[in-house]
Design a binder for this molecule. Structure first.
Ligand SMILES: Nc1nc2c(ncn2[C@@H]2O[C@H](COP(=O)(O)OP(=O)(O)OP(=O)(O)O)[C@@H](O)[C@H]2O)c(=O)[nH]1
Length: 459
């Protein structure tokens, strides 16, 4: 019995020891494994960041703040043809007194024109898409209160001022030639130098060869090489190359009972939009009623730029607010507005840059065809940058093939000694240089005057 109690006591003690051991083990574990991880250096938490938009407003971009929740006040249309049945185009939706039938065929500004269909009767007589009178009324009560219109310089005055600028950039040509020609004996080397000087001034090979040939002949016949005589001969030869008898008038007066239509073309950056703006000023100075068409819908800011030019001298601009709108439709609407507003001249700015050259030429020919459904085009002015040399000559040829260029505007002649391009481009295209750009100022565009030009170059 005593033995049995001893065995029982040993078992109980062993059990108690086991339980105590298990409890100790559990406690120990829980101390060793903390629930919160030890604070090490914290890794930054990556949050998905909203991707920033790449939108950057261009410097010429205009934010239209005129849109309100209220319907726009309805303006009375000033001159509405009695038989007008078409809805107004996009340019004049705020100008309509009462709703009209929706247009079926009218090319709203910015909408694509199906140029292959003939004009409907309604289209030919449709409502004025750009109400010049209403616009003038509005302008006089708002803009004119705060801003006075500028008075552009007359064409006569600017020629005198700009002659000096042309002379400054081209003196090297005149001085160089005179120096060479009146320097005594003219051997082959000296004649080569004369040729090089003329070629460097971008006169082109043909004109250079002719000038040199004629001068050689004169010198051998008369034997004179004094500066005064040579200067006179050079003047005559250059003038003959420039073509003093070419018709350099701009078609900017009404033709019968319609305005003249002028299309302005050229590659981007040559100064097209600027030229349209400057030309509008020249014409305003001559008391012409001008309207502008912003058919450069490829570059968003071009229409704003043109509108600003026009606004400064009180000339309205027909434009589309849709980027990439159909330029032919805008041009068509501008001509229609010019006709209905009884303007003297419609000036249409076109795009100079497209995805490729073929696209640009196709677009231009389309603009031309669509405009011609409404009115003949009286003038196609090609704007060329005088500083681009042979590149400009190639552009002239490409444009010449696509549209019937009737005149050239040579811009940036103030910044180049390559005044000879006047001769070169006239030969290549067979049309006269009609205007020259001689600076960035608003009145730095002048009619091209061959005599003044040659004087400036040889002064
Ligand atoms: N020095 C000088 N700069 C000129 C003359 N004509 C234009 N420019 C400048 O040339 C730049 C381009 O003129 P734009 O009228 O915008 O050229 P654009 O051909 O309409 O160009 P896109 O609209 O891009 O097709 C502007 O900075 C003008 O001020 C000029 O006769 N002399």
């Amino acid at each position: 019995m005593d033995q049995l109690w001893e065995i029982l006591a040993v078992v109980v003690v062993a059990l108690l020891a086991g339980v105590a051991g298990v409890v100790g083990l559990v406690r120990g574990r829980s101390r060793k494994a903390p629930k919160v991880p030890p604070k090490t250096e914290q890794t930054p938490i990556e949050r998905p960041v909203a991707k920033k938009t790449q939108y950057k407003p261009s410097s010429g971009m205009r934010i239209d703040t005129s849109k309100t929740a209220e319907p726009a006040p309805v303006k009375k249309q000033a001159r509405k043809p009695e038989n007008a049945t078409q809805a107004p185009t996009a340019t004049d939706t705020a100008d309509v007194a009462e709703p009209t039938e929706p247009a079926e065929a009218a090319p709203a500004t910015g909408e694509t024109v199906d140029e292959d269909r003939p004009l409907t009767e309604a289209e030919a007589t449709q409502t004025n898409p750009f109400d010049v009178e209403a616009d003038e009324e509005a302008a006089s009560s708002t803009a004119a209160e705060t801003r006075e219109l500028e008075k552009p310089e007359s064409a006569r005055g600017r020629m005198v001022r700009l002659r000096e600028r042309l002379s400054r950039s081209n003196t090297a040509l005149g001085k160089g030639l005179l120096g060479l020609l009146s320097g005594g004996t003219l051997d082959d080397e000296a004649w080569e130098d004369v040729e090089d000087t003329l070629l460097r001034a971008d006169l082109g090979v043909e004109a250079t060869t002719e000038i040199v040939g004629n001068l050689k002949k004169r010198i051998s016949v008369h034997g004179a090489t004094d500066e005064e005589t040579v200067s006179q001969w050079l003047h005559e030869e250059l003038l003959a190359q420039v073509g003093p008898d070419m018709d350099r008038r701009i078609a900017a007066s009404r033709v019968g009972d319609r305005p003249a239509v002028v299309l302005v073309v050229g590659v981007n950056g040559t100064g097209k939009t600027t030229t349209v703006g400057k030309l509008a000023r020249v014409l305003v100075a001559e008391d012409k009623d001008v309207i502008l068409g912003a058919a450069d819908t490829f570059r968003a800011a071009a229409a704003d730029q043109l509108e600003t030019w026009g606004g400064r001298v009180g000339v309205p601009t027909v434009r589309s607010d849709k980027e990439g709108a159909d330029p032919a439709a805008v041009a068509f609407d501008a001509v229609k507005a010019g006709q209905e507003g009884e303007c003297d001249v419609v000036l249409i700015d076109t795009a100079g840059r497209l995805h490729n050259k073929v696209g640009l030429m196709d677009e231009l020919t389309k603009v031309k065809r669509v405009v011609e459904k409404r009115s003949p085009i009286d003038e196609v002015l090609l704007v060329l940058d005088a500083t681009t040399g042979q590149n400009g000559m190639r552009q002239a040829e490409v444009f010449g093939q696509a549209v019937d260029v009737t005149g050239v505007v040579l811009t940036k002649l103030d910044g180049t000694a390559k005044g000879g391009i006047v001769v070169n481009v006239q030969r290549a295209l067979g049309v006269p240089v009609k205007l020259v750009g001689l600076g960035e100022g608003p009145d730095d565009l002048a009619p091209f005057d061959p005599e003044a030009y040659v004087n400036a170059v040889l002064d």
